[in-house]
Each structure stands twice: as structure tokens, then as C-alpha cells.
Design a protein around this ligand. Structure first.
Ligand code: KG4
Ligand code: ZN
Length: 358
């Protein structure tokens, strides 16, 4: 029986310090032996968002014991690790540098290969941690920094079908929450408040709803929410706005996912139709349920990572490491931290003023 690879994954691209040990079973299915995530929510709460220097300092303080804890909980020994995979981008450069340098030094010290991982590829492959997923699949990646539809054709083979032209969806949730007086990160709280409100009370805009293919836009919603919050006096009105926001997002994603299905089908000769939703916002149960119903209507199989693997974690970095390890795709020890690192390098930069989607 051949030894199965044992991979250490490390993630420090934003405000989570995380380490994980994974391996695989005889059938080649991944097994997560440990998955430690230390969030810095308390560090950044009073600032209403992530402060890069504070985040980096916190990573430096915690990285040693988080990695040690991941190794201890896995029940394995340091000398059994076959490769070390660290996030190299995209993200905050001061934060990325911590996990990247640590991972490189760790790999060098045990004389094992180092693998630089794209954080977005981690989200993209996260459903593989708990399900048998074949390529190609359509991915909706919705996180605090990104909102994209991608045609995932294989490891490292991504074709972007659509992207946000302004705010990411998680950012839109967090900004709306802030306007409603909810502490950062407010995304999950909006979902909870929305349950107590009337979703039909406020009519919010749906930018580029009927144009721009499956590209997305959320900045107009924030402006509308800002205008409404100025006149909000009661808690019930707050709940109604949260519910209206949640409903509008669901309507946008329903419509745009349908458009993305068509584009995905045009690009692939499909024997099975798989739709994966990943990233922090994929933890939103209403969005999950709505997309599951859409998949039933459209004959797609829907695949979600478990809730605990939707947000940033190192098991998703380790799974990319594992796949690359099997292909012997190792990185040099001078691999740079990359604040911007799109999955589809050929896709046009579609952000900021002047984007024309007519
Ligand atoms: O993937 P992630 O952990 O970090 C990034 O790579 O950005 O995503 C974090 C984002 C935050 O904006 C957070 O508010 C949002 O995901 N989020 C949610 C929910 N849980 C997390 N947004 C809406 N509903 C949720 N339940
Ligand atoms: Zn992320």
C-alpha cells in the first residue's frame, strides 16, 4: 500500500489565520485531518473593516501555534508531511507575506516541496473536500473580495464568464450591514435580521439586471440603502430593509445564474451539469436554498462546500496543494506574494468607472 500524501495548508490572505492537514483515502478522496481557523473579528471590529497592518501583526503572533495545533490535531508528525502549501495571493500583501514566508521556511526546514496557492482556486476546489466533483463545472464564487462566474475546466484552467463590475457581494452585505448599524462583518447578521422583516417593503435597484450577460453590479444597492436608512426610525423598518436587500440579492443571483448556465453550456460539451457555489456568502442559507431550487428547475446538480468551509480556511488551500502535489507542480522558494492574481488571466479587467456593458 503506497503512502498517501500528507499536505500542510496555510492561509493568511486577509483576517483569518488558518492551518490544516489533509490527506486522501485509498479511493483518492480527500480526508481533512485538522482544520484550524483563528478569526480576527475582535481585532478589527472597532474599525468597521480589516486594518491590514493589524491583521499582519496578528498573523505573525498566531501562525506558529496555529500550525502546531493543526499538526497536533491531525495526529501526524512533522516528518510525515510531504509538502507545504501556502496562499500566495490575491489578498493583502502584508498578510499574504506572513503565511507565504512561514510556509516556505517550513518546507525548506523539513526538506519538502513548497506549493504557492491561489486563494480563489482554494475556494473553487473547496467542494472537492466533501464531494466527488468532476470537471468541468460552473462556479459561482461569492466572497468578501470577489463575485464571479467561472467555467472550471480543470486544475488551473478557468474561464471567467462574468464578474462584478464594482463591489463584491460580501462587500455589499457588509456595507449594508454597516449602514444598518451592525458591527463588521455584518453579512451573516443581515441574513438573521431579514427573517424578521417584510421583503416587499422596499424596492431596491437591480443594476445591469437585463444586460451585461452574467456580469454583476451591487454598488447601486448600497447607494439606495444609504438613502433609505436616513429615514429609518424603528427596528421593524431595519428588519424590512434587511429582508428587502436579501430578496433583491436573491433575485439578481437567480437571473444571472440562469444566464451563466446558458453560457456554460455553450462553452462545454456536457454529460453532466454541475454547479458549485463557494466563498463566504455561500454560507447564506436563503441564497443556498434559492440556488438549489434553480438547479432543480434547470436540471443541474448543485454542490456546496459545508458551511464551515465556505469562509476562509486552510483545508481549501491544502486541497489545491494536494492536487498540485500529485502533478508535481511545485513552486520556487522565491515565489512572490501577488495582491492581484485572477484565476482567468486572459479575462479583461472589468472594474471602475467607464465599464460599458450595453
Ligand atoms: O470567503 P470569505 O470568508 O473571505 C474572502 O475571501 O473575502 O468571505 C467573507 C464574506 C464577508 O463579506 C461576509 O460578510 C460574507 O462573506 N458572509 C455572508 C454570510 N457569511 C459570510 N454574507 C451573507 N450571508 C452570510 N450568511
Ligand atoms: Zn476567501
Amino acid at each position: 500500500m503506497s503512502k498517501k500524501p500528507l499536505i500542510l495548508g496555510i492561509e493568511t490572505s486577509c483576517d483569518e489565520t488558518a492551518a490544516s492537514i489533509i490527506t486522501e483515502n485509498e479511493l483518492g478522496n480527500p480526508i481533512v485531518l485538522s482544520n484550524i481557523v483563528s478569526s480576527q473579528v475582535e481585532v478589527h471590529k472597532e474599525f468597521g473593516g480589516v486594518v491590514p497592518e493589524l491583521a499582519a501583526r496578528s498573523h505573525i503572533e498566531k501562525i506558529d501555534w496555529i500550525v502546531q495545533k493543526a499538526i497536533d490535531e491531525s495526529g501526524k508528525k512533522i516528518n510525515e508531511i510531504d509538502a507545504v502549501a501556502s496562499t500566495a495571493g490575491p489578498g493583502l500583501i502584508v498578510c499574504l507575506s506572513v503565511g507565504l514566508s512561514f510556509g516556505k521556511a517550513f518546507a525548506a526546514s523539513i526538506d519538502k516541496p513548497f506549493i504557492a496557492v491561489n486563494h480563489l482556486e482554494g475556494h473553487a476546489l473547496s467542494p472537492k473536500l466533501n464531494s466527488n466533483l468532476n470537471y468541468p463545472y460552473l462556479l459561482l464564487l461569492i466572497s468578501g473580495g470577489h463575485s464571479q462566474f467561472l467555467n472550471v475546466q480543470g486544475l488551473g484552467k478557468y474561464k471567467r464568464l462574468g464578474t462584478t463590475i464594482d463591489d463584491a457581494l460580501g462587500e455589499a452585505f457588509d456595507k449594508t450591514a454597516k449602514l444598518l448599524g451592525i458591527d463588521f462583518p455584518g453579512g451573516p447578521q443581515i441574513e438573521i435580521l431579514a427573517k424578521k422583516g417584510d421583503p416587499n417593503k422596499y424596492n431596491l435597484p437591480k443594476p445591469i439586471f437585463n444586460k451585461g450577460g452574467c456580469n454583476l453590479s451591487f454598488a447601486g444597492l448600497k447607494t439606495a440603502v444609504l438613502r433609505i436608512t436616513k429615514n429609518i426610525k424603528t427596528d421593524q423598518e431595519k428588519f424590512n430593509l434587511a429582508a428587502s436587500f436579501q430578496k433583491t440579492i436573491e433575485e439578481i443571483l437567480y437571473k444571472k445564474t440562469k444566464v451563466a448556465f446558458k453560457e456554460f453550456e455553450k462553452q462545454n460539451d456536457l454529460t453532466e451539469k454541475n454547479f458549485v457555489v463557494a466563498g463566504g456568502v455561500a454560507a447564506n442559507k436563503n441564497i443556498r436554498n434559492m440556488l438549489i431550487s434553480l438547479c432543480v428547475e434547470e436540471n443541474y446538480q448543485s454542490v456546496f462546500p459545508p458551511i464551515e468551509l465556505c469562509g476562509d480556511n486552510a483545508a481549501m488551500i491544502a486541497i489545491v496543494g494536494l492536487e498540485k502535489f500529485k502533478l508535481k507542480e511545485f513552486s520556487q522558494l522565491d515565489h512572490p506574494a501577488k495582491p492581484r492574481w485572477p484565476l482567468d488571466e486572459d479575462a479583461a479587467f472589468l472594474k471602475g468607472a467607464g465599464v460599458n456593458l450595453d
